[in-house]
Design a protein around this ligand. Structure first.
Ligand SMILES: CC(C)(COP(=O)(O)OP(=O)(O)OC[C@H]1O[C@@H](n2cnc3c(N)ncnc32)[C@H](O)[C@@H]1OP(=O)(O)O)[C@@H](O)C(=O)NCCC(=O)NCCS
Length: 155
């Protein structure tokens, strides 16, 4: 069964907020998603549906040469089944299609699952933002080059 990935709309927000609150200690609020859907011209917000159920979503910012993955999550019941990989592959395909030169994201150093996933797709650590998160945890900054001559191997 293949999921459908499409643009995020206001009617997706109840399901998104439920996931966001379940998986993040400092979840985005409704207004943040509304801003991404309606205001931020650089934003590419998408949802992933499987058999009509919203199982994941992502918000990416397309900022000139940079493709910045600002938020990505899979419903807890659907984690560990390859859907995170599916959504990330979709985003990277999009980034290449629009000519982004590199993809970037921030991740908590304690989020092993996410870090393992990003490494598998050729992201590597390029920096650390001290006390980036509201609870005081640092963020690792990870980057993946997308230009063909610079791309590293990935699965
Ligand atoms: C991080 C997240 C998006 C990954 O999505 P997922 O659907 O659970 O991951 P997948 O099943 O596609 O697995 C992808 C890779 O993640 C890693 N992974 C998956 N399950 C794992 C587990 N239980 N323990 C450790 N690593 C795991 C593995 O590297 C895996 O690759 P593999 O299957 O080749 O071994 C998802 O777990 C999630 O939403 N987590 C909470 C929100 C979050 O942390 N978002 C990222 C913020 S930067």
């Amino acid at each position: 069964m293949k999921p459908i990935i499409r643009r995020m709309t206001d009617s997706d927000l109840p399901a998104i907020l439920e996931i966001e609150q379940a998986v993040f200690s400092d979840p985005w609020k409704r207004e943040s998603f509304e801003f991404e859907i309606h205001v931020n011209k650089f934003s590419f917000p998408v949802v992933m549906e499987l058999e009509g159920r919203l199982i994941g979503y992502a918000v990416a910012w397309e900022i000139f040469e940079e493709f910045h993955i600002a938020d990505i999550a899979i419903h807890p019941d659907y984690q560990g089944q390859g859907w995170g990989k599916y959504l990330l592959e979709y985003l990277l395909k999009r980034a290449r299609a629009i000519g982004s030169q590199y993809a970037m994201l921030e991740v908590r150093p304690t989020n092993r699952r996410a870090i393992d996933l990003y490494r598998k797709y050729g992201f590597h650590e390029v920096g650390r933002r001290i006390r980036y998160y509201r609870d005081g945890e640092d963020a690792l900054v990870m980057k993946k080059n997308l230009l063909p001559q610079l791309e590293e191997n990935h699965t």
